[in-house]
Design a protein around this ligand. Sequence first.
Ligand SMILES: [Zn+2]
Length: 89
Amino acid sequence: MRVWVRWSAWLCLSLMLWTVAAESTHNHPNRTESTTCSICVVAHSASPAVSTWHGAPVFAAVALFREEGLVAEARPDLSHLGIRGPPTA
Ligand SMILES: [Zn+2]
C-alpha cells in the first residue's frame, strides 16, 4: 500500500472520529440555539426524518462484452542452463 493512500485513509478516519466526537459532545448555551441546530433537532425528534429521496434505479446497457479467445504462447525457460557455475569438488 502506498504511503499517501495510508495517510489519506488515516486522515479520513480521524476526521470521521472527530466529527462523531464533536456531534455527540456539543452543547448550546441556551435553548433557542438548540432549536435551530440540525444535530439537536434530529437527535431529539421522535421519528427519524427522511432527508434524502432515493429514486428508483435505472438499468441501462452501457457496453457489450465480447468474449475473445486467448491463446498463450508456451516457451520453455532455458535461461538458467547457461549460467550454471562449475561444480566444486
Ligand atoms: Zn446542537
